[in-house]
Design a protein around this ligand. Sequence first.
Ligand SMILES: [Fe+2]
Length: 379
Amino acid sequence: MYEELRKIVIPEFIFGFNSRLLIGSYAKNLGAEKVLIVTDDGIINAGWLEDIVQSLSEHEIEYIVYRDVFPNPRECDVMLGADVFETEKCNFIIAVGGGSPMDCAKGIAIVVSNGGSVLDYEGVDLVPLPGPPLICIPSTAGTSADVSQFAIVSDTMRLVKIAIISKKVVPDLSLIDPVLLTTMGDYLTACTGMDALTHAIEAYVSNASSPITDLHALESVRLIRKSLIPLYENRRDESALRDMMMASLHAGIAFSNASLGAVHAMAHSLGGIFDLAHGECNSILLEHVIHRNYPFASERYDEIGRAFGLAEPSRENLVSAISEMRKTLGIGGKIEMKIQAKDVEKLAEFALADPCMVTNPVQYDKLEIIELYERVLTL
Ligand SMILES: [Fe+2]
């Protein structure tokens, strides 16, 4: 007679144009003395670091920039960042960038408080101590690491992306500023937007969804349908900038609390072995997983179809509308990389073991995952 209990974690955030400029005063209030800024060359070359360090300097906060973050951050990037944090006697972390710098920063926070390797904390709720204060400033509308309980790190020995899911990796504050989206390239806009769409859809059909996450997931789908293509076509479109940043935020709140599903489990596995862009893997897998999952959550998928603007929601109509959007965004339908059949088996094993698989509306067996991979891989 009672519904299952659901816990919702959402960090403090400030949403709006130029919210990044508040960094100095908020860092000061949270006790920053010396900050490790985790970012990458893309952000530095786009000029986004200048405002941030100026604001810190105005508040007499020291900082050191750690920019050696690879796309799909590796455990060695995290461990090196943790060394810099300790050697430089930092007491605070600011991440500026997309998923890679934010996930790397989360990993650094875990290691400097808990010791050991970041890989020791793989899994759900396995981080004992909170890290130093962390503020995130996201530069893409997709990953939502700035509000999520997830940190994804590449294990370069096992060639797999590991997921750390813990309340301890939720930032203390996020400054969510749509202005940063203006310097994204076409492909990044496309892939990160499709990643956000995947978050919203997987959260909505997740076994761990709830009325609160449902609200956010559906609003995200509606906003992405309205604004992703306009943003892809014009990164100066103010309402598309705002809508997509908001869509990503909604999707982040939804998936952080409802978790994800087979698309992410399979994308993590692919991205670990082949170092592919996360959003690209999701975009390509999404329609195939919807097709496979639909009979097990048809009403939920139809609700997504309605939010996506379909007059007659159905399995075929939803799959083709999403496929149409992917094509309009210039994303192909296949992973353009030669893969050997024996590697597909390994991919499937890693995907099966990924924590995101647990909340998929139906549990796949290894053969089904192999079949799904074979549809998108070039064998
Ligand atoms: Fe994602």
